[in-house]
Design a protein around this ligand. Structure first.
Ligand SMILES: Cc1cc2nc3c(=O)[nH]c(=O)nc-3n(C[C@H](O)[C@H](O)[C@H](O)COP(=O)(O)OP(=O)(O)OC[C@H]3O[C@@H](n4cnc5c(N)ncnc54)[C@H](O)[C@@H]3O)c2cc1C
Length: 471
């Protein structure tokens, strides 16, 4: 029987394990942490009864993919829940903008910019199922839908501050800025629109759902399905070298590129090791979990009904903060991404107290404390917020890295989304999952299609590894 060891139990490690197990491979997953799941873990981080997502909260790109269609996680306990509004962007003075799943509803709320929102996102949303066929695999391939991909590419290739000029109001520009900031890139950089365009279209096509009961349900469902296929997950095992793994037919590494080079040691061809060690990581994140009495009192009312709130003000302000963090400077008023999963999933709350998370973009490896900067930014758009904090738990950049070795320097998206790495991830080669060692693949979010708890990196890597093995 073919055997495989997967190192790391993030969504990509588990997706790789499932893809192999479904093909009759005997799979062992080894995880360094005491709890499996990597970026899809959730727990009571503040007060008893409140379920916080430790990392990933919203899953637009996990709902409908070749992986999700191939593996019925719903029958193993996963239920997606949607907030009424997918994401919102408060501005000073109680103004703001919001994205509903319906493009038309979003457009209606954007006034004079409504038609232009439709002109960018309408056609992309209608064709998003076809676009993702190409978008969720390595860029270097013969596209299945070249014209649709070209339309996506025409917007995605632009710097975010150039695409934002399509809109004339501060509201519409800010709405796009918030979603573009998920790339952790300066808005003047080529291709800095790509992540915003993809997540924006995904919001209209699939919504930004949360997992009922916490994101840990995603990994629990994956593990339950894996076990039903005969696979095993072992926790508390940090793999340091390939030699520890015995001699399985396949090894899948759900780790950062530099860690793959370290684990493989002399067995990895030098040019591959050099390229993986040179892989560039992006800025870091500084995260605070809050227990809040009642809801966050956003002055812009739709923000109270949405899942994700982008906190950072106007596009020009966010562009400046993203430029600063990429240059290694900490802004006074950072971009903050706030998660109100409880709006879609009340089961995470207890007795009128809600779990709420907020993380700021900070420079890579930053050693400071951003707690009050985060709270000030939220208070700016939700006066009275601080009075509602009943408890908090802070995870600084060092703690992020300690929580998950893949978050190097606090980089939670496993690699800078710079133009070169968006195309060639993690290095310039036709098979980005290859480590140059027969049977050993890299399958973390450092490989295509990149960050997110969608499992597609693991799925693609496992498919290729099996193909090679059986060739
Ligand atoms: C604060 C935050 C918010 C996020 N929000 C979202 C979101 O809303 N939506 C979304 O889609 N994504 C989000 N993400 C990103 C998402 O979580 C990641 O892109 C995703 O988890 C990557 O999956 P992965 O399997 O590649 O790696 P990870 O999930 O990072 O898992 C890697 C696993 O490998 C283990 N490991 C590493 N080295 C070793 C070793 N040597 N031996 C054994 N085990 C090892 C780690 O402990 C970890 O469990 C967020 C991340 C963070 C931190």
């Amino acid at each position: 029987m073919t055997s495989a060891v997967v190192v790391g139990s993030g969504p990509n490690g588990l997706a790789a394990a499932l893809t192999l197990a479904a093909e009759g491979v005997s799979v062992r997953v080894l995880e360094a942490a005491d709890t499996p799941g990597g970026g899809t873990r959730s727990s009571e981080l503040t007060l008893p009864g409140l379920i916080h997502d430790e990392c990933s909260g919203f899953h637009p790109l996990a709902v409908d993919t070749p992986f999700s269609r191939g593996f019925d996680l719903q029958s193993h306990g996963l239920t997606w829940l949607w907030p009424e509004i997918q994401y919102a962007h408060p501005l000073d003075g109680g103004r703001g903008a919001a994205a509903w799943q319906s493009v038309d509803e979003t457009s209606a709320a954007l006034g004079v910019d409504g038609k232009r929102w439709i002109s960018v996102f309408g056609a992309l949303t209608d064709r998003f199922d076809d676009i993702t066929v190409d978008f969720l695999q390595p860029i270097l391939h013969v596209p299945a839908h070249p014209l649709k991909l070209a339309r996506f590419g025409a917007y995605a290739g632009l710097p975010a501050n150039v695409l934002a000029r399509v809109w004339s109001t501060e509201e519409a520009r800010a709405l796009f800025a918030g979603v573009a900031a998920h790339a952790f890139r300066p808005f003047s950089s080529p291709v800095s629109s790509a992540v915003g365009v993809a997540l924006g279209a995904a919001a209209h096509r699939y919504g930004w759902p949360v997992a009922e009961g916490g994101s840990g349900t995603i990994s629990r469902a994956m593990i339950s399905l894996l076990e039903s296929l005969g696979g095993k997950v072992e926790t508390g095992i940090e793999v340091e070298t390939l030699d520890e793994l015995g001699s399985p037919d396949l090894v899948m590494l759900d780790v950062a590129p530099s860690a793959a080079a370290r684990i493989a040691g002399d067995r990895m061809p030098r040019h591959v090791a050099r390229a993986l060690r040179r892989f560039r990581h992006g800025p870091g994140s500084f995260k605070v979990e809050f227990a809040i009495a009642g809801e966050v009192p956003w002055t812009y009312e739709p923000a109270r009904r949405c899942g994700t709130v982008h906190v950072g003000g106007a596009l020009s302000e966010i562009a400046a903060t993203e430029r600063q963090v990429n240059r290694g400077q900490m802004p006074e008023r950072p971009f903050v991404l706030a998660g109100q999963q409880y709006v879609a999933d009340p089961s995470r709350s207890h007795d009128g107290v809600n779990p709420f998370y907020a993380y700021a973009h900070v420079p890579s490896g930053w050693t400071g404390d951003a707690t009050s900067l985060i709270e000030n930014q939220i208070e700016r758009f939700a006066p009275g917020f601080k009075d509602r904090i009943l408890d908090r738990r802070v995870r600084d950049v060092a703690a992020m890295e300690a929580h998950n070795a893949n978050y190097i320097g606090g980089d939670v998206v496993t690699g800078a989304n710079d133009p070169l790495q968006l195309v060639f991830r993690p290095r310039a080669t036709l098979n980005p999952y290859s480590t140059g060692i027969e049977g050993v693949s890299l399958c973390s979010a450092a490989t295509p299609p990149g960050a997110g708890a969608h499992g597609m990196c693991g799925y693609n890597a496992a498919k290729r590894a099996l193909q090679r093995l059986r060739a």
